[in-house]
Structure formats: C-alpha cells, structure tokens
Design a protein. Structure first.
Length: 202
C-alpha cells in the first residue's frame, strides 16, 4: 500500500508541515507492517508536499530494474503564498519517480523532465485571457495513471483560480503519453454539472 502522510518538522512552527508518501505491506489487507517513506519531499517545485500517488508496475521491464515501478504524484511548495503560486506559476504539478522494488522511489532526472525540473512531468497551463469553468490554471493534481497497449493515460484534477481568493472551478482532465514523460493534454473530460457538485469535481 502507498499512502500520503504528514507532520511538522518543528512542533512549534506550523509552517514546517511536510507531506510525504509512505509504503506499507500486509498479508491480509487488514494488519500492516514495514511502514516507511517511499518518497520524501523534494528541493524545488515539490518542496513541502508530495501526495496522491498512482503506481504502475511495468511488467515489460525486468524485475530489479530501477524503472520497474513508476509513481506519479502531486507536488507543490506550500511555503510560498497562494498569490505567489498564482503569479509565479508555482501551483501544484504532477511528478514521476521510479523504483526497482516499489518501496523507495527516485525522481525522474531534471534533464529528462519536459520542464527541466527533477520529477516534474506535467504542470498547469499558463494564465488565460478569459476564464471559464473548464480553464486549467494554477493547479493540477491527483493523477490516476493506466498503461494500456503501450500508451499511458492520465486522469487528473484541474483546479482554476482567477486569484488567491477566487476559485473558478475543479474538473477532471485527461492527458496521454507514449513514454509516460512527455504528455499531450486532451482537455477536460468531466466538469461539475450537477447541483450537488457545485463547481468542485476531483
């Protein structure tokens, strides 16, 4: 099992909260043991939060190979203000890390990232001139990835803000990729259109 957990590095400092991804094992799906950190926070765009993991075991890759397991995850640096996240294009993004055993993961090298940032494989669009319910700006998160017929399908949450105080909406979008690193955004595939959903869907 892979899961998200967090805690304060300094109990007296609420700004020291770090969110990480853990790993645990079970023989019956009820009692768990060998809990450990699978992916720690990074040093740049995912400096405070790594969360919402989606794991793929690529059976075409030999066991023990460093890329046997792929972890797609959400990441952000929440040490900066919401306004800076918006104005400096530093909202949530989606990262990729590899593992030979599925227990400890290492980020994709910066030189292989489409954005030249360690781990980062997908980020939100640039600020649009016109905002709509289906606009993708500031944050993308919560990846769910499937590998089928040698093609990667990633469903993720698109979160749009006009400014730090005005969230326009949240929808579910799709991206596809031939290598799991360089993706083509296919756009929003599900938007909130029911009264109970309001403008939030993830």
């Amino acid at each position: 099992m892979w899961f998200t957990y967090g805690g304060l590095d300094d109990i007296s400092n609420q700004q020291s909260l770090k969110i990480k991804i853990g790993y645990a094992e079970s023989d019956d799906g009820i009692s768990w043991y060998n809990a450990s950190t699978a992916l720690d926070v990074g040093g740049d765009w995912d400096k405070t939060n790594v969360e919402s993991p989606s794991i793929i075991e690529d059976e075409t890759v030999a066991e023990g190979t460093p890329t046997r397991y792929r972890m797609y995850y959400s990441g952000v640096d929440n040490a900066i203000s919401p306004d800076e996240q918006i104005n400096a294009d530093k909202g949530y993004g989606i990262g990729l890390a590899y593992s030979a055993d599925g227990k400890t993961f290492k980020r994709l090298e910066a030189t292989k990232s489409p954005y030249q940032k360690e781990g980062l494989v997908l980020k939100a669009n640039e600020k649009p001139s016109v905002f709509t319910d289906s606009t993708e700006f500031v944050h993308i998160s919560d990846p769910c990835v499937v590998l089928k017929d040698k093609k990667y399908y990633m469903w993720y949450t698109s979160i749009t803000h006009k400014d730090s105080a005005t969230r326009v909406g949240m929808s579910i979008s799709l991206a596809t990729s031939d290598d799991g690193i360089n993706s083509k955004k296919e756009g929003v595939i599900l938007s909130p259109d029911q009264e109970w959903e309001k403008n939030y869907l993830e």
